[in-house]
Design a protein around this ligand. Structure first.
Ligand SMILES: [Fe+2]
Length: 231
């Protein structure tokens, strides 16, 4: 009589279930790029910009209405600040950042990223910016001149609207893996510049600063970049 040893391992495990976790590879395609740059020695630059921006608000008290809420005290300048010599210091930093991007992105050397429009926004406590994009340009950016604590984060929203149609369930109260984010917020930091695709929807949370007087203002200079032939 022969004895057959019973198979005590789990019966009929599919081959796929026995593959190690390391075997599962993932590639990331079509990334959404947000560049950031901390401008060196920005305190001096910001001091000049602060004066220039308040002077411009004094000259043009009404300003313009864009993504801001003038009725909540938010002021938006005209969009040609890059033509104003007072802003040349910042323009040079934007141009330098844009040139680095062109090299990193492999853009045609006969073209450069050029500032088409540049403006400033002062958001006092209580004001914010609605979600918007910047049509007609390649890249858009923001430079923080003054950013007190809790003065409003910028939020970028997943541009893949298809990806928002059927959201997966995630582990509650746990930070999702970065590759599963559908929005991302950046805290404003004075002296920092962010540059992002002009088609990327973004908004700014309300300024909840508790600083005194003008120190509570969230002040930015924003700009649009387009590719232009010639040096
Ligand atoms: Fe914007």
């Amino acid at each position: 009589m022969t004895h057959e040893t019973p198979n005590r391992s789990a019966p009929d495990i599919p081959l796929a279930a026995r593959v190690s976790e390391d075997a599962l590879k993932v590639a990331q395609h079509f990334p959404t790029l947000v560049f950031s740059l901390d401008v060196p020695d920005s305190e001096t630059l910001n001091g000049h910009l602060l004066k220039a921006i308040y002077a411009e608000r004094e000259r043009d008290k009404t300003g313009v209405r864009k993504s801001n809420f003038p009725e909540l005290g938010s002021w938006h300048s005209h969009v040609r600040l890059h033509k104003d010599v007072t802003f040349v210091g910042l323009v040079q930093h934007v141009d330098a950042a844009a040139a680095m991007m062109c090299r990193q992105l492999g853009y045609h050397r006969s073209y450069r990223l050029r500032i088409g429009t540049m403006w400033s926004i002062i958001n006092p406590p209580g004001s914010s910016n609605r979600a918007h994009i910047h049509p007609g340009c390649l890249w858009s950016g923001v430079y923080y001149v003054q950013a007190p604590r809790n003065s409003g984060r910028i939020e970028f929203i997943d541009p893949r609207t298809q990806n928002l149609m059927t959201p997966a369930e995630y582990i509650p109260d746990t930070k999702r893996p970065r590759i599963c984010w559908t929005k991302v917020q950046y805290k404003p930091v004075a002296g920092r510049m962010l540059i992002f695709p002009s088609w990327l929807y973004h908004s700014v949370n309300p300024n909840r600063s508790r600083a005194k007087g003008k120190d509570a203002d969230r002040i930015i200079v924003s700009f649009n970049l387009s590719q232009e032939r010639g040096g």
